[in-house]
Design a protein around this ligand. Sequence first.
Ligand code: PBG
Length: 322
Amino acid sequence: MGELIYRPRRLRRTAQLRAMVRETRLDASNLVYPLFVCPGEGVRREVRSMPGVFNLSIDQLVGEAEDARRLGIASVMVFGLPEQKDERGSEAFAEDGITQRAIRELKREVRDLIVIADTCLCEYTSHGHCGVIEKGDVANDPTLELLGQTAVSQAQAGADLVAPSGMIDGMVAAIRNGLDFAGFCDVPILSYAIKYASSFYGPFREAADSAPQFGDRRSYQMDPANVREALHEAELDVEQGADMLMVKPALPFLDVIRAARERFSLPLAAYQVSGEYAQIKAAGQLGWIDEERVMMESLTSIKRAGADVILTYFAKDAVRLL
Ligand code: PBG
């Protein structure tokens, strides 16, 4: 008895002691709630592979964002399902595009809500890739101009931040130039700086109807095996003027989040993507795991790894438990 000097269990004895020494806390103000806006009115269509996530027409979207805001969630990220798709993804940068209209309405109707626009073409192109296609692949430089136009149209609609997600080389500089030239020098860029060509995006592509019609995204998004390259990617985006960085997906890449946190001083976001959400939901529905606890443990782990901001489809469920 008594021969042990250190007994870590001493500080775990009660809930109060555990709370006192807890190192990581989730906070509603750090969560971003992704939303999918679609044409029509009164539409609230559940995504098959993402129970609890819906395609929402603008009227429904506003209600959903109001709910989130009431719960204390600071921010939403808007993804649009356009009426029409074409080769260049024209509706991505149309003044009256679905996303632009949704952003206008959110800014008009929901007080103090931070609205982030996903700045990418893949939901709007007929081929489902993140840029214009030349010789069977995404052509980098011709895509830059369209991304600049897209960001400007989103800022004109009232977006508080723009978030380029296509991993097109030079996208941050192109968007910064476009925004500044149009008079939006105060609109920050949250760059999906480190985005892997991941299989965890499957359910999103159903939700946003954005699956590539040929090939995949491995020629422009990152190989999941690489972490040094991830830091190089982030460095390039910092040099181009990114205001915030993102790692995506989150849980399979906690080491990357940690590495980015240690290297860069900009605020860091992580995206708990659709496949991460679907796994937890599915196993929860089967009764194989405790959905709520696994959700909170995953989000806490993402924050502990170094993310300041977390994008998650669980945002509303999580804040109810805080
Ligand atoms: C691109 C974009 C995607 C996601 C966020 N932005 C889709 C993709 O890269 O295929 C995926 C998010 C998720 O899986 O939840 N506009």
